[in-house]
Write a protein that binds this ligand. Structure first.
Ligand code: BDR
Ligand code: CA
Length: 313
């Protein structure tokens, strides 16, 4: 079993990532932490509380984290996730809510990584990297203790909020630079090159409608609402379900395959601030610990998510 801390900003696809992790027999969620990103910290935390209750994560600690990026002004993303962060789904207006831990997310991350045996905890950030950067600065020893960082963010050849910049990285590039420059045992960037292969086509969406569990019905609502936003605001006919791809890598790295490559976050570019500059020109030098996810087995990915939603009941 992989033991993870999911640091997220739900958000439609973060909610799907929570459900995939909660419903997978190969994952144990040690904690969930929230970060401002898709919506304000208050809204994403409320959404996390409701999705966790729906997914039966009532005994898993949840802590609220950063209210804004380190240096950039706060920017949220209502055009893709709505005013609530989960617009158009039942959980946007009501739902049971799990309790919130009194610690800051960064403190909870430090406490868990320092408590658990070395090399056993995987960090899975699916929002801006503010909490992870704060945790590293709070307790630098976490870097050598964490097993792997598997993050959704960045991209090798494409961006979404800019031609080369992806939302999670561009939102807080300084935090991302801190995280990418630390000497983790292993860091995997599950970026847009990969997540654009996870398109929720009408067939995929219908396959969730056909599963008769609350988690699957919620995912169906999520995919429909997310699809609508992506059609209107990004011109996509099927929305890319980014965040669960990072969880899928943790479950089975043959579903999301990654190659080693040097990766650095651009902080100074006039047109490229927030870009994850990935060197794929040649095989990575010996000892490269950063990896870029490039190949998705999409049918198996969707099957994994369906299994999780079915298992949660
Ligand atoms: C990322 O940005 C957010 O809108 C999504 O939740 C995902 O984490 C994709 O660029
Ligand atoms: Ca996210």
């Amino acid at each position: 079993k992989s033991r993870i801390i999911l640091d997220c900003d739900p958000g439609y696809d973060d909610a799907a990532a929570l459900i995939l992790a909660a419903g997978s027999p190969d994952i144990e969620i040690l904690a969930v932490t929230t970060v401002a990103g898709n919506q304000t910290i208050e809204k994403v935390t409320r959404n996390a509380r409701r999705v966790m209750a729906l997914a039966g994560l009532t005994d898993v600690p949840l802590a609220k984290g950063a209210t804004r990026p380190l240096i950039n002004p706060p920017v949220v993303c209502p055009e893709i996730h709505g005013e609530t962060g989960l617009d158009g789904t039942t959980l946007a207006s009501e739902g049971e809510e799990v309790a919130v831990d009194s610690r800051h997310a960064a403190q909870l991350i430090v406490d868990i990584v320092m408590r658990e045996p070395e090399g056993t905890v995987t960090l899975v950030p699916t929002g801006p990297l503010t909490n992870i950067a704060l945790a590293v600065r709070l307790e630098p020893k976490i870097v050598e203790r964490v097993k792997t960082v598997v993050l959704m963010g960045g991209g090798c050849r494409i961006g979404n909020v800019g031609p080369f910049a992806e939302f999670n990285i561009e939102n807080d590039p300084e935090a991302a630079a801190i995280v990418f420059e630390e000497k983790w045992r292993k860091l995997v960037m599950v970026g847009l090159d990969l997540t654009y292969q996870a398109r929720a086509t009408p067939d995929v969406r219908a396959s969730f409608k056909a599963i008769n569990t609350p988690a699957a019905q919620f995912l169906y609502e999520v995919l429909e609402a997310f699809g609508e936003k992506y059609r209107k605001n990004r011109g996509f006919d099927a929305p890319p379900l980014h965040d669960p791809c990072a969880v899928a890598y943790v479950i089975d790295p043959t579903v999301v395959e990654a190659d080693p490559a040097p990766i650095h976050v651009e902080l100074a570019g006039a047109h490229t601030r927030g870009m994850t500059v990935t060197d794929l020109r040649r095989p990575a030098p010996e000892g490269t610990t950063t990896h870029a996810a490039l190949r998705l087995d999409a049918p198996r990915f969707w099957a994994m998510l369906r299994d999780a939603a079915a298992r949660l009941g």
